[in-house]
Design a binder for this molecule. Structure first.
Ligand SMILES: Nc1ncnc2c1ncn2[C@@H]1O[C@H](COP(=O)(O)OP(=O)(O)O)[C@@H](O)[C@H]1O
Ligand SMILES: [Mg+2]
Length: 635
């Protein structure tokens, strides 16, 4: 099972969050406007205490009711303006920010599609799912709220403190005393919370993986009565997540405790000192009222710092997790022009005896048909164009395999001539699936190369390669779509192609489904039988009339009669297609013109079925269906 990739080296939250800039850039004008409006609204809030001061020292002291009403009207207007501006800010950011989230999600999805199979082998799907959902939601919340309010509250606190110092600087200094311990607490909190946030978000990913696996594997879980152990695994993971969340809550409680208590104490102290000064007559009552209401107005900006920092930290973690996926190298495209054997250039160039194409050197490859072609040309040492599918000295080792392990495929030389079908036979685990996956470049060869009609597959664009090569795997994957849509994914234009492909794959059952080929097959096609799914996958492989067909044991789930019918129809398709077919049964092997035996990572024999049956004991064993034979030759 894939494991969670290790978290990267720690970076500061700010630096991590700065990576969001390309996504935020298009909406920066609105975001800045919104921040400005929020600052304005917040500062209007700070004017309210000054009006109070004017009221207390003026109309209230003079017992002037008209003045009091006027003051009240001012207060009402200020409060209204503040509320309207905050509402306007919200309206400004809501739409663009959901756009940012959608963009980021679309980018992630696009990137996931382009990442190599090796990446998906390594990463658990729940980790990817949680990044595309929870993490992006955290990011949107961060952009909507903490990003603006860390700034707004910072400015508000600064302006408020200045106002208080101007009112009475001794009282102002009293209020400022807790600033130092609060700052220290914030720094310590940031550090601790970042670790906990990372752990929690990774654990959400692990939990998602378990849920996803148990939903997809529900048949196995029920069939083996494993729901208790599965539930136990789930409980354990969710218990761990709960522990981490509680740890986060404790950290948050600590910082809130400090951030709320110390300033309140300072306000209390200032109140006592101020009251004494008012009694002495050295301070006006209005100033004390203004001072205290400013201090109280700053309570929310100060108290909220804990939450805002926590949310920012979670957003930084989310950004980090998002970019871990985005930074993974996508499938490499066309490999830049390395030195190639001159003879293999220009597959379409005719090999005429007196061709002016006298690029020196010997024939680069001489396998099977090509060697015969070269011999037929006599002395004329012309560049041979290897038509068909050629494996040239191909070795392969899975990227995550230990470096000292044996390669799965070891210096494979194989030539499937144009129009020929070659069966690939080998014991389980001998690397047949791996070999077929190399042709559409689901994995990259470790060394050597593969050519299609003389052209290196790494020199083709993926679109070109995958339009020429069609594949069907042993485990047929269908999507939540109609039967027709699933088949036509393989290319082909319309109803005619669809009908033909269904006929070839003996998948005519599709017409008898409730809505014919428009019937939805359900998630992963689980509403169909294994053999039905295999036949649809086969139809998908042949529907686009590919030049090259790679079939990894495509008939394994069929009964003998259906298999024979599929084979008869395939024979017609295969007549003009170059095909590599992994096969286990003699009946499938007989479809092919020749057979290659894969053993110990190498091609140990090539020939017709009957030749190999006579000359190769391992092949004879594999074909005899003798169960002892298989084990004997496994490595
Ligand atoms: N994604 C993978 N990562 C690492 N090793 C793998 C992977 N897939 C297959 N292998 C290993 O490669 C070997 C060949 O596997 P495979 O090509 O599936 O064999 P076959 O199709 O002949 O049964 C096996 O030993 C298997 O364990
Ligand atoms: Mg296999």
């Amino acid at each position: 099972m894939p494991t969670t990739p290790p978290p990267p080296e720690p970076r500061s939250a700010v630096r991590t969050l700065l990576r969001l800039w390309p996504y935020v850039r298009p909406v920066r004008a609105r975001l800045f406007t919104a921040a400005f409006i929020a600052i304005l609204a917040s500062c209007i809030g700070l004017v309210i205490p000054l009006v109070l001061k004017w009221m207390v020292d003026g109309p209230i002291a003079d017992r002037d009711p008209a003045g009091v009403w006027l003051g009240a009207l001012y207060l009402l207007l200020l409060g209204l303006a503040e509320a309207l501006l905050f509402g306007f800010r919200r309206w400004l950011v809501a739409r663009p920010l959901s756009h940012v989230e959608a963009e980021m999600r679309a980018d992630l999805y696009r990137h996931l599609q382009r990442l190599p199979v090796a990446f998906h082998d390594r990463w658990p799907s729940g980790q990817l799912l949680s990044r595309a959902t929870t993490d992006l939601m955290l990011l949107r919340m961060f952009l909507a709220f903490p990003l603006t309010f860390l700034l707004v509250n910072g400015v508000t606190i600064l302006v408020g403190v200045i106002i208080m110092l101007v009112q009475d600087w001794t009282l102002g200094l009293v209020i400022l005393i807790p600033a130092v311990p609060v700052l220290i607490t914030c720094v310590v909190f940031e550090k601790r919370y970042s670790g906990a946030a990372r752990r929690a978000q990774d654990q959400v990913g692990d939990l998602t993986t378990v849920v996803e696996e148990s939903v997809l594997g529900i048949r196995i879980i029920k069939g083996f009565g494993r729901h208790r152990s599965q539930a136990r695994a789930f409980r354990e993971l969710s218990g761990r997540l709960r522990g981490t969340e509680l740890h986060k809550a404790r950290l948050l409680a600590t910082i809130l405790g400090v951030i709320v208590t110390l300033p309140e104490l300072a306000i209390g102290a200032a109140l006592v000192l101020g009251a004494v000064q008012v009694a002495d007559g050295s301070l006006s009552a209005g100033t004390l009222v203004a001072f205290l209401s400013t201090a109280l107005a700053l309570r929310w900006p100060v108290d909220s710092i804990g939450f805002l920092l926590a949310m920012s930290q979670e957003a930084a973690t989310a950004t980090e997790r998002y970019f871990e996926v985005m930074d993974a190298e996508p499938e490499s495209g066309v490999r830049g022009g390395g030195v190639r054997s001159p003879g293999l250039r220009g597959a379409a160039a005719p090999t005429l005896p007196h061709s002016p194409l006298r690029s020196g050197g010997g024939t680069p490859i001489a396998h099977g048909g090509t060697s015969q072609a070269v011999q037929a040309l006599g002395e004329a040492r012309l560049p041979a164009v290897a038509e068909g599918l050629v494996f040239e000295d191909v070795s392969f080792r899975y990227p995550d395999a230990p470096p000292d392990s044996l390669p799965v495929l070891d210096r494979i030389d194989l030539h499937v001539r144009r129009g020929e079908s070659l069966a690939l036979v080998g014991a389980t685990g001998s690397g047949k699936t791996t070999l077929t996956a190399l042709v559409p470049r689901l994995h990259e060869v470790t060394s050597g190369r593969i050519t299609l009609d003389g052209k290196d597959i790494t020199e083709m664009s993926r679109e070109e390669l995958r339009s020429r090569v069609a594949v069907a795997f042993e485990e047929p994957t269908l999507f939540s779509a109609s039967v027709g849509e699933n088949v036509l994914m393989g290319g082909g234009a319309g109803a005619d192609d669809l009908g033909r492909a269904l006929a070839v794959a003996q998948a005519d059952f599709a017409h008898a489904l409730p809505q014919g080929v428009d019937t939805q097959v359900g998630e992963q096609g689980l509403s169909l039988s294994g053999g039905q799914r295999q036949r649809l996958a086969l139809a998908r492989a042949v529907v686009g009339r590919p030049d090259f067909l790679v079939l990894d044991d495509p008939l394994s789930a069929l009964d003998v009669h259906t298999e024979a019918a599929v084979e008869a129809a395939l024979r017609r398709v295969l007549a003009d297609t170059t095909a590599l077919i992994v096969a286990h049964r003699p009946s499938t092997v007989l479809l092919a013109d020749r057979v290659a035996l894969l053993s110990g990572g190498r091609i140990t024999a090539v020939g017709t079925h009957h030749e190999l049956l006579r000359s190769n004991p391992e092949y004879a064993h594999l074909m005899s269906g003798d169960p002892a034979g298989e084990q004997e030759y496994q490595r």
